[in-house]
Design a protein around this ligand. Structure first.
Ligand SMILES: Cc1cc2nc3c(=O)[nH]c(=O)nc-3n(C[C@H](O)[C@H](O)[C@H](O)COP(=O)(O)OP(=O)(O)OC[C@H]3O[C@@H](n4cnc5c(N)ncnc54)[C@H](O)[C@@H]3O)c2cc1C
Length: 385
């Protein structure tokens, strides 16, 4: 019997597995394809994960910029992760790996049994669901139309990417809203002479079709004289994953609602929280499985984190309602906030005063129409006589 069984071998599942194993807990990871390489291009702010080992970093562009209607040089470093390095860092501890698909969980007196799709049964004191938005053991895929971030990207040689703007080989473009479409350009040097260029819809319910974004990107590239066949990346991130409910299973990663509702990011949060959640499980382990699961859940969602989450959800609502053109003006305001305020909103998961202060500053700086939208009011329409 395992001390901790984690269903889901994505980065979040493995971050927690590593942290549990380091605490001396006998840990198992179950995944249908546990050795399948991670293909997503992951980016994080460097201040979110200080001390990340060099092997985990594919690129640390010396400059990061964002464009609303004009250019903003950002005072924060942005990192592109090396997925192979990330995986070998996270999988270095002694963890049992089972190839299988978790299908159900049966609570018992000394923990729970996870039943796999082929009817194998695995017992554990604490069961963790790290299966991403599928949430296979903790409620299932969120129902109904969800708010989503979608994107379509192509990996170009740096020389081609240069045609979209100078400095492509060593500058991360966090967002470029110039133009009046519903999507922005996200651009990252990948550290191997290539550059990911992505057309991204920040938030829409349901998500903007990825094929529409592919057309927009190809039009953008054709206008710059770039044509050809390139490796593609398709992105669909559910932004409003429900927060964990009751039950013995401990969700983690995307499955636990760790996705920032207004930005779609979750990876840095999962990597940062994993040691604390493992410590909570280990600390309460002797008191029995229910106590260990409760301790883990309390660590995941503190009252402050829940309050920040509601503010971020408010941000998501405002962003979803913005007509084309308005995000550019909004992000001009956002990127003129002091770096500490920007950091509080994007990364201060339990920084309630910082998040509230950043949102209040934005509200005060906004012109009246945008201010109404940020307050959640319907847009003011001109009366016709
Ligand atoms: C192309 C792309 C780019 C992205 N870029 C970023 C980024 O830059 N920064 C960021 O923070 N986020 C990014 N995201 C969001 C991203 O999904 C998450 O950050 C990250 O992958 C979530 O990790 P996770 O481990 O929680 O879930 P996942 O990565 O979704 O992993 C879930 C795991 O569960 C396994 N699983 C599924 N069903 C079962 C089952 N029945 N039993 C057992 N295991 C199961 C899956 O095989 C998978 O290994 C991106 C997403 C995409 C698609």
């Amino acid at each position: 019997m395992a001390d901790v069984l984690i269903a889901g071998g994505g980065p979040a599942g493995w971050a927690l597995a590593r942290a549990c194993a380091r605490r001396g807990l006998a840990t198992t990871v179950v995944d249908p394809a546990p050795h399948r390489p991670w293909r997503n291009t992951y980016g994080v702010w460097s201040d979110e994960l200080p001390g990340l080992p060099a092997e985990v970093i594919a690129a640390a562009p010396p400059a990061t910029v964002a464009f609303g209607t004009r250019e903003h040089r950002l005072d924060r470093g942005y990192l592109v992760l090396d997925n192979e390095g990330l995986r070998s860092w996270l999988t270095g501890e002694r963890v049992r790996v089972v190839t299988g698909q978790a299908a159900a969980v049966e609570p018992g007196r000394h923990g729970a049994t996870v039943v796999l799709a082929d009817n194998r049964r695995l017992a554990a004191a604490v069961v963790v669901d790290a299966s991403g938005a599928s949430r296979v053991l903790s409620g299932g895929r969120p129902r109904g139309a969800r708010a989503e971030q979608t994107a379509y990207g192509l990996v170009l040689p740096a020389a081609d990417a240069e045609r979209l703007g100078p400095g492509a080989a060593d500058t991360a473009v966090f967002m470029d809203w110039r133009g009046d479409g519903p999507s922005f350009r996200y651009q990252l040097p990948l550290g191997d002479g290539s550059v990911l260029v992505e057309e991204t819809s920040l938030a829409s319910r349901p998500g903007l079709p990825v094929d529409d974004l592919a057309r927009r990107l190809r039009t953008r590239l054709a206008a710059a004289g770039v044509r050809g066949r390139f490796v593609e990346e398709r992105v669909r991130i559910v932004l409003d994953v429900p927060l964990p409910g009751r039950g013995a299973v401990v969700p983690f990663g995307v499955a636990a609602g760790l996705v920032h509702p207004a930005t779609g990011y979750s990876l840095a949060t999962s990597l940062r929280l994993a040691p604390a959640v493992a410590a909570a499980i280990a600390g309460a382990f002797e008191a029995g499985p229910p106590a260990a699961a409760r301790a883990a859940k309390r660590t995941l969602w503190t009252p402050e984190a829940r309050a920040v989450h509601s503010l971020r959800r408010h941000g998501l609502h405002a962003l979803r309602g913005m007509p084309p053109g308005e995000p550019a003006r909004f992000f001009d305001l956002f990127f003129t906030l002091p770096p500490a305020a920007q950091r509080a909103f994007t990364s201060g998961r339990d920084d309630l005063p910082g998040t509230a202060a950043a949102m209040a500053r934005l509200f005060r700086a906004a012109p009246p129409g945008l201010r109404a939208r940020l307050a959640g009011l319907p847009p003011v329409r001109k009366a016709h006589s």
